[in-house]
Design a protein around this ligand. Structure first.
Ligand code: ADP
Length: 556
């Protein structure tokens, strides 16, 4: 029997956070303690090193995953330990977990096995309160907006065209559609509303793209909240609360310092939904790591079609980051799924299906090549993989000339990715031609077509009538010169979750477009994207417990 992630994390001998800060080169006066093992890092660390050279930036992405996830976070965390093992100064920048999936199905997001970030319980629960700050900031906007309408509505807001929703960090499907202001007149104006999960809030995306507190304030002010009775846009700044919102976020804007179970420094900060937003940790955390370490490893949600594309087209472009190499995580089980094997049968050996599924890996490799970046395939090894399957995948990589390494970090920690780290040390030194796929000045349709053809292998893009009208409105309002944030199912290259492999000649349908004017991108929704998930029949919460001494069990 294997130990659970929680058992492994609880056995870790943590170092005090000031020692981790020292290891990372952060002066102790630049950290704010949140207990013994967590700290906020002052933005001065970045400011004071403005003119220093950046380390090398490595992105961890993956093939289209199964519903269980293929180990991007696990590989990312294991890699920093591997770099340290070969004597290199490395750090990780990760996303913060959301409580929704913690109590729901997917579980936490602090790595797995012997490649984890600790204190795992805290990171997965309330951590340093960033999620609460974001929830408060978001809901202050909603409260002020409804109050404005109630108190005379000087801005002439059309109560049926409020586009900004309330949020909660919980999977709670009954809140997807609600009515507010019911009852006597004193309860406010009645209107239809709804809740998103906190990580889907634009406030989260804004936090992750801001490069200072003042930039955060400006971006929050630019968020679209509603339209007035003349169809004109109403922004947060019209409500005159951008200052209060930035104040609420004064600590949340600072990256959080923790450690791996091998005592290496990690910044965990921000965690926007990878479908409705761009799915990467904060620019501030990534940039701070780049000033402190020679090698910085970070990840972006889901496969390269979604996460890497948005990392490279949105985050790196906006933050002027220069990525140096990409790790593409592949698992034998997901490749078998792409070879048309049912989820229940993925544990059975099937070399032929696995090789058939390599078309999916090939497509993601082509995507990274299209961005002009060097890459290495990391085979994230599972105990259920057979020797024949692993060798066949290694041979496939060799035959097609793809750099590759086996990653055993889940079972062995940093020692399990020494080969991978050594390959990366060489890869990051290569000259690369990184360039976003499209120019933001191009039309919305051309930008979406470029992404769909290059990263998904689609032939064409179709638009609903609503989407066509939205494009016309965005052009009229001058909102069209923004990058595109695609919202698509993660498990398939298409917009149909059931289609695996690497299909060609298909059409992607854009149902709706949403302007995220604070974050600075246009969300293009394919199919239906859930922004408030529900809980499964038996939530993970049912397994969890805590005893008299405060010992936690069942948290994965
Ligand atoms: P992703 O970041 O791609 O969503 P994670 O790294 O969060 O994936 O891993 C998803 C789950 O799979 C976690 O519970 C993790 O412990 C588990 N996992 C990852 N790699 C392995 C492995 N090689 N063997 C067994 N379990 C693994």
């Amino acid at each position: 029997m294997y130990k659970t992630d929680l058992e492994i994390a609880q056995e870790a001998t943590m170092m005090k956070i000031d020692e981790i800060a020292k290891k990372a080169g952060i002066p102790v006066e630049d950290i704010e303690y949140y207990g013994n093992y967590k700290a906020k890092v002052s933005l001065d660390v970045l400011k004071e090193r403005k003119n220093e050279e950046d380390g090398k930036l490595i992105l961890v992405t993956a093939i289209n995953p199964t519903k269980a996830g293929e180990g991007k976070s696990t590989t990312t965390v294991g890699l920093v330990d591997a770099f340290q093992k070969i004597g290199k100064n490395a750090m990780v920048a990760l996303r913060e977990p959301s409580l929704g999936p913690v109590f729901g199905l997917k579980g936490g997001a602090a790595g797995g096995g012997y490649a984890q970030v600790v204190p795992m319980e805290d990171i997965n629960l309330h951590f340093t309160g960033d999620m609460h700050a974001i929830t408060t900031c978001n809901n202050l906007i909603s409260a002020c907006l409804d109050n404005h309408i109630h108190q005379g509505n000087v801005l002439n807001i059309d109560k049926d065209r409020v586009v900004f929703k309330r949020v909660l960090d919980m999977n709670d499907r009954v809140l997807r559609q609600v009515e507010v202001g019911l009852g006597p007149k004193a309860n406010g104006v009645e209107r239809k509303d709804g809740f998103n999960i906190t990580v889907a809030s634009e406030v989260m995306a804004v936090l992750c793209l801001a490069d200072s507190l003042m930039d955060l304030k400006e971006k929050l002010g630019n968020m679209l909240v509603a339209y007035n009775m003349d169809g004109e846009a109403v922004y947060v700044k019209d409500l005159e609360i951008a200052g209060a919102l930035a104040m609420v976020m004064k600590d949340a804007i600072k990256p959080n310092l923790v450690q791996t179970i091998e005592n290496n420094p990690v910044l965990i900060h921000g965690g926007p939904f990878a479908n409705i937003a761009h799915g990467c940790n904060s620019v501030l955390a990534t940039k701070t790591c780049l000033k402190l370490a020679d090698y910085v490893i970070t990840e972006a949600g889901f496969g390269a079609d979604l996460g890497a594309e948005k990392f490279l087209d949105i985050k790196c472009r906006k933050a002027n980051l220069k990525p140096n190499a990409v790790v593409i995580v592949a698992t034998i089980r997901a490749l078998k799924q792409h070879g048309n094997i049912a989820y229940e049968d993925l544990q059975k050996e099937n070399v032929d299906a696995m090789l058939e599924g390599c078309c999916n890996l090939k497509k993601h490799i082509e995507t990274i090549q299209a961005f002009g970046l060097p890459y290495v395939v990391a085979i994230n090894e599972f105990a259920t993989d057979t020797k024949e399957e692993v060798e066949a995948l290694q041979d496939w990589c060799k035959t097609h000339g793809h750099p590759m390494a086996l990653s055993q970090v889940w079972a062995k920690g940093g020692a399990g990715a020494v080969d991978l780290a050594e390959i990366l040390v060489d890869l990051v030194e290569m000259e690369n031609n990184y360039k976003p796929l499209y120019e933001v000045e191009d039309t919305i349709e051309n930008k979406i077509l470029t992404i769909a053809q290059t990263c998904y292998g689609a032939k064409d893009v179709a638009y609903s009538e609503e989407a066509k009208e939205q494009i016309a409105l965005f052009e009229k309002n001058g909102w069209d010169n923004l990058p595109i944030c695609m919202a698509k199912v993660p498990t398939s290259l298409t917009d149909d979750a059931k289609i695996c492999g690497a299909p060609k000649d298909f059409t992607i349908t854009i149902r709706e477009l949403r302007p995220s004017l604070g974050a600075g991108f246009i969300v293009a929704l394919t199919g239906s994207v859930m922004t408030m998930p529900g809980l499964p029949k038996v939530p993970a919460a049912n397994r969890m417990d805590i005893d008299e001494e405060g010992n936690i069990v069942g948290l994965f």
